[in-house]
Design a protein around this ligand. Structure first.
Ligand SMILES: Nc1nc2c(c(=O)[nH]1)N[C@H]1C(S)=C(S)[C@@H](COP(=O)(O)OP(=O)(O)OC[C@H]3O[C@@H](n4cnc5c(N)ncnc54)[C@H](O)[C@@H]3O)O[C@H]1N2
Ligand code: MOO
Length: 391
């Protein structure tokens, strides 16, 4: 069995190359991955601008008790287009262009005004309260691709006067639950049946990673039906089956995949939960066969499927975030598989749940991190630093 890191590398290598792209207006670009770097011809601010409301003067003339004549006004959107002469001041407001000749904005709290005369008061601050042209970004600035566009990026692009951006297409991820025991929520289960659950988590994870999760009709444990459903999945950008990955007589996914010409990258990894994971290509499409146990499917989804969706969009940083936290309690040694324990992280301290069975959705829903216990690890004491993966 291969380790998690090696498996993740093999998995990411299944991605065909540069993503398909589309151009969208800025208002639709939140969360999308920038596929072409965006450049601007503008500087921001485009002119030296006031950072405070007050009076623009010459710095060299500033002194407590100094007097100036107010000769004009510069407001945001309406500058004053004269040139400041000695002894003159211009009334100025935040965001307004600083007039030529001025190099200091005295805030109005530091000034006494009488008609068109101002006198500098003893509480004079240091200034200069001016934002130089291009201090935010210069003309020619480029926001580099690839990059997931967050709220601040959208504001930055807008300030750059970029109205539309070229982003990676959202990959269509086909999610196929398999098993005679499954019905969809809202249907009437037979006495030996349960409700298909993990596909809903996986769709949410795919969507959050920037893809479009598509839940297909449940495939029964019959070779012909599974073959038809899996062949259909090869039309998606990423194909995922859930369940039927293990060694039971009705675990048919590997066999049917092989019959369809699946090129296998690996089968089984040294992790718990999630050992019977399959990865490969169905036709040209990256394929994952996730184990059926709800927690196993969701944990392997977090470690393998979400990264695949991110890498498909061209992101180089595709793997889950890993942080360090202190153990709340002693934990024992690990066995031959890296254990991803469901746990709660609070104030930098991580507490694993006592119950770790891979069928327990209620425990998973209480967890906010996976506590990563590397295979073959020694016992760890309360207070030791350990890696955690936020969920
Ligand atoms: N003899 C062995 N038995 C098992 C092994 C093994 O190595 N030797 N591995 C175990 C491990 S680890 C896992 S994980 C499971 C995974 O098996 P499968 O991927 O074949 O999953 P199924 O057998 O189809 O289902 C397992 C379990 O999960 C339920 N399930 C399946 N799909 C869904 C779904 N979409 N939503 C909710 N629940 C689902 C299914 O009813 C079973 O209870 O195999 C172990 N066995
Ligand atoms: O690894 Mo299975 O995924 O233990 O339940």
């Amino acid at each position: 069995m291969i380790g998690v890191e090696e498996a993740q590398a093999l998995c990411l290598a299944l991605i065909p190359g540069a993503p398909g792209v589309e151009t969208v207006p800025l208002v639709q670009a939140a969360g999308r991955v920038l596929a072409r770097s965006a450049a601007t011809g503008r500087a921001q601010p485009p002119f030296a601008s006031a950072a405070m409301d007050g009076y623009a003067v010459r710095d060299a003339e500033l002194a407590i008790g100094a007097r100036f004549t107010v000769v004009g006004e510069s407001a945001a959107g309406h500058g004053w287009d004269g040139r400041l002469a000695p002894g003159q001041a211009v009334r100025i407001f935040t965001g307004a262009p600083v007039p030529e000749g001025a190099d200091h904005v005295v805030i109005q709290e530091d000034v006494a005004r009488d008609g068109d005369r101002i006198t500098i008061q003893p509480n004079l601050g240091s200034g200069p309260n001016i934002r130089v042209a291009g201090v935010d970004f210069p003309a020619g600035f480029t926001l580099e691709a690839p990059r997931r566009l967050g709220p601040a990026d959208l504001a930055l692009l807008a300030a750059m006067n970029v109205a539309e951006v070229t982003v990676a297409r959202r990959p269509r991820v086909a999610l196929l639950a398999t098993g005679d025991e499954l019905v969809m929520p809202g249907e009437a289960p037979g006495p030996d049946q349960i409700i298909a659950s993990n596909v809903f988590a996986l769709k949410a994870m795919v969507d959050a990673a920037g893809g479009k999760g598509v839940i297909l009709p449940i495939a029964p444990d019959r070779e012909d039906a599974l073959e038809a459903a899996m062949a259909e999945m090869a039309k998606a950008d990423i194909a995922v089956t859930i369940g039927g990955a293990s060694v039971g007589d009705y675990d048919l996914v590997g066999k049917v995949g092989t019959g369809l010409g699946m090129e296998r990258a690996f089968y089984k990894i040294a992790m718990r939960p999630g050992k019977p994971l399959i990865a490969g290509r169905l036709g040209a499409v990256p394929y994952l066969g996730l184990p059926g146990n709800p927690v196993s499917a969701i944990v392997t989804g977090h470690l393998f499927l979400s990264p695949l969706v991110r890498r498909w969009q061209g992101l180089t940083e595709a793997l889950p975030t890993r942080l360090l936290a202190r153990l709340a309690q002693d934990v024992g040694p690990t066995g031959p598989r890296t254990h991803y324990m469901r746990a709660v992280l609070k104030d930098g301290v991580v507490t694993p749940f006592a119950e770790q069975d891979s069928s327990l959705l209620r425990v998973l829903s209480e967890a906010n991190v996976l506590l990563e216990r590397p295979l073959g690890d020694r016992p760890r004491k309360a207070g030791e630093e350990v890696p955690v993966l936020p969920l």
